[in-house]
Design a protein around this ligand. Structure first.
Ligand code: COA
Ligand code: AMP
Length: 632
């Protein structure tokens, strides 16, 4: 297919007549009832895709393939190097398990529209749980296993689930992480109390179960009756995925059923250039959007085999882990975050481990989650000698906004650029007044409404907060990223222009960290920023001002702050550094000069704002930032 299609034709059609474009794409999905209208724009800036349509996403991901001859193909290959496990689960087997687990949930009273939280490690049961919810039309909310009880409690309060599904433990690198105590603690902290939990007991560590509340997965599955697919509206919610905003309250990105299925299936062919039956590996986690879209839904909707890898790029056991998985399972496409490749490069700069494996099946490496720095791009493409494709997207969009679409018309790659807007996304660079900026100049990367199918129709029970995305510049969705188009129309994403940061491909909120630090009894105020770092892309660093009269050892206080962030958000926040300073730079009206501080932290040029109250404070911050960078 690649080579015969013209990107410009496809892209233009998607923008000038989105209803015709996506109506055609939707023919690939099995509908219980076809839509009345492809695109409903009667409630701008809220849009609906495939309005009047009815389907079941789980049916499309499993039953359909079993009915059409794919039953004996592996749906999942579970590869867990530290537990020495490789397990193939066919579409037949997965359908059987999902239908039975849906029966378990149904028996517990879960029905269409109910919410279920899933807090699980990278094991196949996580996919079973997700798909069982989809089968019943229940709304799942997967919470990343690396989040601490406090973060889980925040999500329990917001999603209000009656049932939570979890496991006794996760394997994180070489560590065994007990999940159940974290879940118990979260339920204790949460105001909303779920009625029941289902716990998958792993052989590495058994969890204590509370009678009457906690149910053992294996036990309840033994007697489960299979449940059928429940038909839902295309616009009904499939899931909620909480993601970091600029405050401590995460945003519950809502995903619908119909538009998501259509967009994901389309993306497998036209962006990833993969074929049904091939092995697709997204080396991420089910707790992130990449996991939702490209470990679970897209590969299964498209009839691929998906890999559930419970390991790391390095240390499980060595930097050849990815090559081993590709060779052993015949992976066609690998999708991961640049940080994984930086980690491999650091441990195996000459790619000696690669020489031990035959990875000829690998056609493409796709990278996303953070900026792909040119060094890592050159290293990966020089070593693998296949297209290394940077693509840009967000939890909110659910699938790529910009990419080099390998199934349409592959363009020459420019290091540092995710190439061009994906069909469906009308990307423009705007200035502060919402005016279009000429190519070559940096501004706010924005998407002209409507967003294509698959993107967030709104935030979970929070239309008001959703409106913040689409009313700042009327008619546009503001992505929060800064960037520019070059003279050839290639898009460059230069980083967030708000207080969201990306640490090792994990999206985190500096605002959330500030709220935690501010709770310390000795802290008057603080600010946290992302500081560029070689391996993880960014790491958070803090600047804290002590309350008047506090005379304690600053190192002790910093240790306490680090521990507080670790306890409240999780180790994944990687908050390890904080400077105690005499003041934060402010304007005369008392606003912290955050963008100036952000520039100082990353040693960028800055202009001293004319509104500054005391310019000497900037020197204090500069010195402190230099020290933090040297210690990192
Ligand atoms: N459960 C519990 N703890 C977790 C966790 C999980 N699922 N994931 C991470 N953590 C912990 C780690 O154990 C570590 O704890 P520590 O401070 O006690 O050592 C901490 O969170 C930081 O983890 P991480 O950022 O992953 O750093 P690392 O040094 O362990 O590994 C990389 C670095 C680059 C190898 C790793 O981050 C990686 O593989 N990144 C790929 C990113 C990715 O898949 N992103 C998803 C979007 S595509
Ligand atoms: P998340 O919602 O976790 O997927 O994080 C989304 C954010 O990650 C984006 O807003 C970007 O800041 C960043 N990001 C993701 N992919 C890329 C990419 N290919 N290039 C640059 N930044 C990226």
């Amino acid at each position: 297919m690649a080579g015969s299609l013209k990107y410009a034709d496809i892209y233009n059609e998607s923008i000038t007549d989105p209803a015709a474009f996506w109506g055609k794409a939707a023919e690939e999905i099995q509908w219980v009832k076809k839509w009345d209208k492809v695109l409903d724009d009667s409630r701008k800036p809220f849009y609906g895709w495939f309005v009047g349509g009815e389907l079941n996403t789980c049916y499309n991901a499993l039953d359909y393939h079993v009915e059409n001859g794919r039953g004996n193909q592996a749906a999942i290959i579970y590869d867990s190097p530290m537990t020495n496990t490789v397990l193939k689960i066919t579409y037949n087997e997965l359908l059987d398990q999902v239908a039975r687990f849906a029966g378990v949930l149904k028996d517990m009273g879960v029905k269409k529209g109910d919410t279920v939280i899933i807090y699980m490690p990278m094991i196949p049961q996580a996919l079973t749980a997700v798909l069982a919810c989809a089968r019943l039309g229940a709304v799942h909310s997967v919470v990343f296993g690396g989040f601490a009880p406090n973060e889980l409690a925040i999500r329990i309060n917001d999603a209000q689930p009656d049932v939570i599904i979890s496991a006794s433990c996760g394997i994180e690198g070489k560590k065994v992480i007990p999940y159940k105590p974290l879940l118990d603690e979260a339920i204790k902290l949460a105001e909303h109390k779920p009625q029941k939990t289902v716990i998958y007991q792993r052989s590495q560590l058994a969890a204590d179960l509370i009678a009457g509340r906690d149910y053992n997965w294996d036990e309840v599955m033994k007697t489960a009756k299979k449940a059928d697919c429940v038909t839902v509206k295309a616009t009904d919610p499939l899931y909620i995925l909480y993601t970091s905003g600029t405050t401590g309250k995460p945003k519950g990105v809502m995903r619908d059923n119909g538009g998501y299925a259509v967009a994901l299936k389309w993306s497998m062919k036209y962006i990833y250039d993969v074929k049904p039956g091939e092995v697709f590996w997204a080396a991420s986690d089910v707790g992130w959007v990449v996991g939702h879209s490209y470990i679970i839904y897209a590969p299964l909707l498209y009839g691929c085999t998906t890999i559930v890898y419970e390991g790391k790029p390095i240390g499980t056991p060595d930097p050849g882990a990815f090559w081993r998985v590709i060779a052993q399972h015949g992976v066609s496409v690998l999708f991961t975050a640049p940080t994984a490749f930086r980690a491999i490069k650091k441990e195996d700069p000459n790619a000696d481990y690669l020489k031990k494996y035959d990875i000829k099946t690998l056609k493409y490496l796709f990278l996303a989650g953070e900026r792909l720095d040119p060094d890592t791009y050159h290293w990966a493409s020089g070593m693998l000698k296949i297209p290394v494709v940077d693509h840009w997207w967000q939890t909110e969009t659910g699938w790529p906004i910009a990419a080099n679409c390998m199934g349409i018309e592959p363009f020459p790659i420019k290091a540092g650029s995710p190439t061009k807007a994906v069909p469906g996304y009308n990307v423009e660079i705007l200035d502060n007044n919402g005016k279009k900026i000429p190519n070559g100049q940096e501004g706010a990367v924005s998407i002209k409404l409507p967003l294509p199918p698959g993107c967030l129709p709104t935030l979970w029970k929070d239309d008001k907060r959703y409106l913040e995305y689409v009313t700042e510049i009327p008619g546009y969705y503001v992505t929060g990223d800064g960037g520019f188009f070059d003279q050839d129309g290639y898009l460059f994403i230069m980083g967030r222009i708000d207080d969201v940061i990306n640490v090792a491909g994990h999206r985190l909120s500096t605002g959330a960290m500030e709220e935690i630090i501010a709770k310390h009894k000795d802290i008057a105020e603080c600010a946290v920023f992302g500081m560029n770092e070689k391996l993880k892309g960014e790491v958070p660093v803090g600047f804290a001002v002590l309350k008047a009269g506090v005379n304690r050892n600053p190192d002790e206080i910093v240790k306490e702050l680090v521990q507080m962030v670790r306890n409240d958000i999780g180790a994944v926040a990687c908050f390890k550094q904080c400077a105690i300073v005499k003041a934060l730079p402010k304007t005369r009206s008392g606003k912290t000069l955050r963008s100036t501080m952000r520039k100082i932290v990353n040693q960028q040029q800055y202009v001293v704002p004319s509104t500054i109250e005391d310019a000497s404070v900037l020197d204090v911050i500069k010195d402190a930032a230099k020290k933090l960078a040297a210690e990192a």
